[in-house]
Design a protein around this ligand. Structure first.
Ligand SMILES: NC(=O)c1ccc[n+]([C@@H]2O[C@H](COP(=O)([O-])OP(=O)(O)OC[C@H]3O[C@@H](n4cnc5c(N)ncnc54)[C@H](O)[C@@H]3O)[C@@H](O)[C@H]2O)c1
Length: 375
């Protein structure tokens, strides 16, 4: 374990915060990320912060106290999408690096504002998802980088679901501005695709909103209706700078389907990449030719066997301490946000949209980081 640690705090202690804390503190069989020294938890609902703090044996504090605490260098922003940039700007103004849940912001313009503020302050921004750092996705990256797929032709990306109102305790934000299947789940798929294929150059799209009101079926708000302010079925294509074209479907309106989450096509071989919402999963590859079969690619890369949400924060903290670039960074998230917004523009205007923000693929997560360098 690295001796150096970075003081961090959380703003937003709702549903997803427990996954972060379990990974950091080494629950559920995970080794923990010792580089992250959790100094406190805050939320606009103080009772939510104190309940989560009690659950994990941590301190709760007010947002103001957290921002004023000199022991906290980095804030993990787990608020709802509409609050990501506002809270992020507060953290930067207080002199703290900020790592946000996805999406980086709900518009490209506000995401840009966050990155500009960070640059001006000499601070870093990071963003979920970090699942592309998971073992199965890093293994997929190694397969792509080895060149065995041949020339990269394209692929498919599908996240087709009936929506979140059957399980999330407070699902209204998924149907509000800043929600929708693309802004909610697109970050996992598009970030993984950028990690595998490089920058997106163009987007085309069509989308629909068949219901303007939906009913919550999960407790405790069962029976309440929610207004739908965004399109809930989004389809289109991503044209990558390397020439690959990926068809995509993101939906909160599909009852059932049999597509795999991600497939990549090369002229020599095709690769099935597991669900980018998870760190692990099975990779399959098949050569061109009628007699060929799908075979499993062994996953030897680390972080494939658990819900390691916070791996991106651990990499960012290590990067700050080691003065190197971090992988789940704001530039990557801003590129992905521009791509996601381009789906809205392309669908609305019936045209293909060019993507302008530059991005470089994050460095692969080296095997050498396996045994605790990040922790
Ligand atoms: N729930 C999941 O499975 C999941 C998975 C991955 C990512 N995410 C992302 O994580 C984020 C949070 O999701 P969640 O499911 O935990 O939501 P949630 O509604 O359960 O929790 C959000 C918390 O943020 C607090 N909050 C909101 N605005 C705030 C503000 N301005 N200042 C301080 N606190 C504020 C709320 O009081 C609440 O406790 C979202 O961006 C979501 O997209 C969620």
């Amino acid at each position: 374990m690295s001796a150096k640690r970075l003081g961090i705090g959380f703003i937003g202690t709702g549903n997803i915060s427990s996954a972060y804390l379990k990974a950091i503190l080494g629950k559920d069989g995970m080794p923990g990320f010792g580089v992250l020294d959790v100094k406190g938890l805050a939320d606009m609902r103080p009772d939510a912060a104190s309940a989560r703090a009690a659950e994990f044996g941590l301190q709760s504090m007010s947002v103001e106290a957290m921002l004023a605490d000199p022991a906290i260098d980095l804030v993990v922003n787990l608020t709802i999408p509409r609050a990501h940039v506002e809270v992020g700007l507060q953290c930067l103004a207080a002199g703290k690096h900020v790592y946000s849940e996805k999406p980086l912001g709900i518009t490209f313009a506000e995401g840009r504002k966050l990155l500009d503020a960070a640059k001006a302050a000499g601070l870093r921004t990071g963003s979920a998802p970090d699942t592309f750092l998971g073992g199965s996705h890093q293994q997929a990256r190694a397969v792509v980088d080895s060149g065995v797929l041949g020339q990269l032709v394209g692929g498919t990306a599908f996240m087709l679901s009936p929506g979140h109102e059957s399980w999330h305790p407070d699902p209204a934000f998924y149907y509000d501005l800043g929600g929708g299947p693309m802004l909610d789940m697109g970050p996992y798929y598009i970030t993984d695709l950028v990690n595998l294929l490089g920058p997106v150059a163009q987007v085309s799209a069509m989308s629909s909103r068949l219901r303007t009101e939906r009913t919550i079926t999960s407790e405790p708000k069962k029976g309440q209706t929610m207004k739908v302010s965004i399109d809930t079925h989004v389809t289109g294509a991503l044209g990558f700078a390397n020439g690959a074209i990926v068809q995509i479907g993101m939906s909160f309106d599909v009852a059932a389907h049999k597509h795999v989450p991600l497939e990549l096509y090369g002229t020599e071989q095709s690769l099935i990449v597991p669900d980018p919402n998870f760190f692990g999963g099975t990779l399959e590859i098949r050569k061109r030719g009628r007699e060929e079969q799908w075979t499993e690619v062994p996953v030897t890369a680390p972080y494939a066997d658990g819900n390691y949400r916070s791996l991106g924060v651990a990499d960012m903290a290590s990067a700050i301490l080691e003065n190197r670039p971090h992988r789940a960074n704001g530039d990557l998230a801003l590129h992905v946000l521009e791509v996601m917004e381009a789906f809205e523009i392309a669908a609305r205007d019936g045209r293909t949209v060019d993507i302008k923000t530059p991005v470089t693929r994050p460095a692969p997560l080296a095997e050498s980081l396996k045994d605790g360098v990040l922790g």
